[in-house]
Design a protein around this ligand. Structure first.
Ligand code: ADE
Length: 236
């Protein structure tokens, strides 16, 4: 898969793209990530990329010409995304959908926003990573690239859709424990040491349900494959 990122701050991506799973996914050729420096497409000797908004108001707007030129300079743009707090919420099903594409291009928004004609002419969608305003679209672009890359088959070493990934099953994750059995007076729940896989499965499901009900009850209201009737029966 190809992920292009058009940004005014390509240096921000260096660490994230080299480390851990993203770094390995690139080395293993599961994903190719191309950074396009928007400044290179700026206008005139000062490489201007922004201007004041028509109609007045504060802040600066990213001009359309440099972004169009950067997009047209890409070999393959594929599905074009703009990161902006006014976009649709980026959620797990979006990561799955994007991970199945051959190529995506993320345009990192900045300042007060991007000239609307870029959205109209080139964007397939606008995505927000949450209801807060960041200083730019670079961190959202990293979030999207990371969430998408880990879903590409082979990247995590096993088929991720078969794991107990929280959000994939519409539930938050159950608690996890590793050695030692006791840490600062807190003992690992006995059931996890029992070797009884069926009991462990039921315990995990119950804990996931309790956690979700307590911190994200909205998830339980959505359609998902979690059968709460069965849980009650299993609890009896
Ligand atoms: N740019 C600034 N804030 C953002 C957000 N929450 N999501 C996506 N892009 C953004």
């Amino acid at each position: 898969m190809l992920i292009n990122i058009i940004t005014l701050f390509p240096e921000m991506f260096a660490g994230v793209l080299q480390q851990s799973i993203l770094g390995r996914a690139r080395q293993g050729n599961y994903v190719e990530i191309h950074l396009k420096d928007l400044r290179e497409f700026g206008i005139g000797s000062h490489k201007v990329v922004d201007d004041a908004p028509f109609g007045g108001g504060g802040g600066m707007i990213l001009k359309p010409e440099p972004i169009a030129a950067a997009l047209e300079d890409l070999g393959q743009a594929g599905h074009v995304i703009i990161t902006t707090p006014r976009g649709k919420h980026f959620q797990h099903p979006d990561a799955v959908r994007l991970s199945r594409m051959k190529a995506i291009t993320i345009i990192c928004g900045h300042y007060e926003g991007i000239d609307e004609r870029i959205t109209e002419l080139f964007a397939d969608e606008e995505l927000s990573i949450g209801d807060y305003v960041l200083t730019g679209g670079e961190i959202p672009a990293m979030v999207i690239a990371d969430a998408v890359t880990r879903l590409i088959p082979g990247v995590l070493g096993k088929d991720t859709l078969e794991t107990g990934d929280s959000h994939y099953k519409g539930m938050l994750e159950h608690p996890h424990y590793t050695r030692p059995r006791e840490f600062r007076g807190i003992v690992v729940p006995e059931v996890l040491l029992s070797g009884n896989h069926e009991e462990i499965r039921i315990w995990r499901k119950k804990m996931a349900f309790q956690k979700t009900r307590s911190v994200r009850p909205d998830m339980l209201l959505r359609e998902n494959d979690f059968d709460t009737d069965n849980l009650d029966r299993e609890e009896e």
